[in-house]
Design a protein around this ligand. Structure first.
Ligand SMILES: Nc1ncnc2c1ncn2[C@@H]1O[C@H](COP(=O)(O)OP(=O)(O)OP(=O)(O)O)[C@@H](O)[C@H]1O
Length: 300
């Protein structure tokens, strides 16, 4: 488990992170979300022993990162893809990292293929696109087959297929019982990947919980069906709140329930849109505006 307890960081007397606490349990993906400068990277760096906390404790597997016996085999880290050595090739970079953490060369080549960079193995890092560097950085994180993945802004620079790829990869990692913590300022991306959210603003936790806890357990689904009247009848029978929206039906339930309902009643669904995005956006802005209000009361 990853445990962050009342962690604080001041830089030159200025608070960057204040009393941040959260846990990440195995088998889940946690998204650390917040606007630019909110303190996300500082939290991750404290967790990884790269910045020492002014107060508080951050542990992985019950100990601070620096006390892990072989951190490279336990925790996969991707912090800043622009920090990779520009004069090394992709393969050279990953093989060097493999030799440092005691992983066979064959595994390095396997990871290069896994992140879609095998055809470019001879390219120098300085000649790689941002997306390629991001893939390399994620490959470095995966190298030691770690139980924990800690990724700072992993979707930065990735195109839509790259984003879909990383989503699948992280979900598979969590399904294997591993723990994923990622930071992002991209609300929609985190919403589609994470099981749990920790929203930070101005260094403080603004909101924390599962997506359902934060936006309500039944966010609502917009459904198009060839027979909308039959759909409305079925929703009535099941006692599911609904109303018309254009030619569609907005039902206050989960997509899974609509799928089951359609199957049970033989209704052909032609389109189904989960209408949570605007609610999560609303929740996000409400959370961070509460922190801003506290900050302005304190004259921050
Ligand atoms: N080494 C440092 N020295 C002084 N101030 C720092 C240092 N590192 C971070 N800060 C400050 O701490 C605050 C939080 O920065 P941090 O990089 O953690 O935010 P972030 O949420 O990761 O932002 P972004 O999404 O823009 O990367 C910012 O005000 C930043 O200027």
């Amino acid at each position: 488990m990853i445990s962050v307890t009342d962690i604080c960081k001041d830089f030159g007397g200025r608070a960057a992170v204040t009393d941040v606490s959260f846990d990440c349990v195995p088998g889940t993906i946690t998204g650390l979300l917040g606007p630019n400068g909110a303190g996300k990277s500082t939290v991750l760096k404290m967790l990884l022993g790269l910045v020492s906390p002014t107060r508080g404790l951050a542990t992985i597997d019950g100990v601070p990162y620096r006390e892990l016996p072989n951190p490279g085999r336990t925790v996969g880290v991707s912090l800043d893809a622009s920090g990779l050595h520009p004069g090394r090739t992709l393969r050279g970079t990953i093989r060097l990292a493999a030799s440092i953490i005691g992983v066979p060369t064959a595994r390095a080549d396997e990871v290069l293929a896994q992140v879609g960079l095998a055809p470019e193995y001879g390219k120098l890092v300085r000649n790689c696109s941002l997306g390629m560097r991001q893939r390399l950085s994620i490959g470095l994180a995966l190298l030691g087959e770690p139980r924990y993945l800690i990724l700072d802004e992993p979707v930065n620079g990735l195109d839509p297929s790259g984003m879909a790829w990383i989503r699948r990869l992280l979900q598979q990692h969590a399904e294997q019982g591993h723990t994923v913590l990622l930071s992002s300022h991209l609300l929609k991306e985190v919403e589609s990947i994470a099981d749990n959210l920790v929203i930070v603003d101005q260094g403080r936790v603004a909101a924390r919980g599962t997506l359902a806890e934060l936006i309500g357990s039944e966010p609502g689904v917009l459904v198009s069906a060839t027979d909308a009247a039959a759909l409305r009848d079925a929703l009535d029978k099941e006692g599911i709140e609904h109303h018309r929206q254009g030619g569609d039906v907005f039902a206050r339930t989960l997509a899974e329930r609509i799928g089951q309902l359609a199957l049970d009643h033989g209704i052909v669904v032609t389109k189904l849109t989960v209408a949570s995005t605007d609610r999560i956006e609303q929740m996000y802005f409400e959370s961070i505006s509460r922190i801003s209000a506290v900050g302005s009361e304190k004259g921050v």
